[in-house]
Design a protein around this ligand. Sequence first.
Ligand SMILES: [Zn+2]
Length: 101
Amino acid sequence: MAWQGSTRKSRLPTNWASLRRRVLRRDKGVCQMPFSDGRICGAEATDVDHIVPGGDHSMANLRALCSWCHARKSSSEGGAAAALTRVRIDRPKPTHPALED
Ligand SMILES: [Zn+2]
């Protein structure tokens, strides 16, 4: 079993496989991630996402996502706190010594 050693399986309901299929069918296998301009991603969905992370496995809280959007969302959830402490380094590129006057 691929999920062995992970806590993920225990957090998902026992009927997750059929729930997941229902969500993908409802969303027509298309990624539902909204962009800032109101359009949705529209790529082929391979994942099912909890819109609000946690224990709500209702259809209203589930949506189909492509793996890219899902990975981006998951990493922003997990890395939100870390991102606040991260400092953006915006230095000009050093010029090669041979090109300096
Ligand atoms: Zn997407």
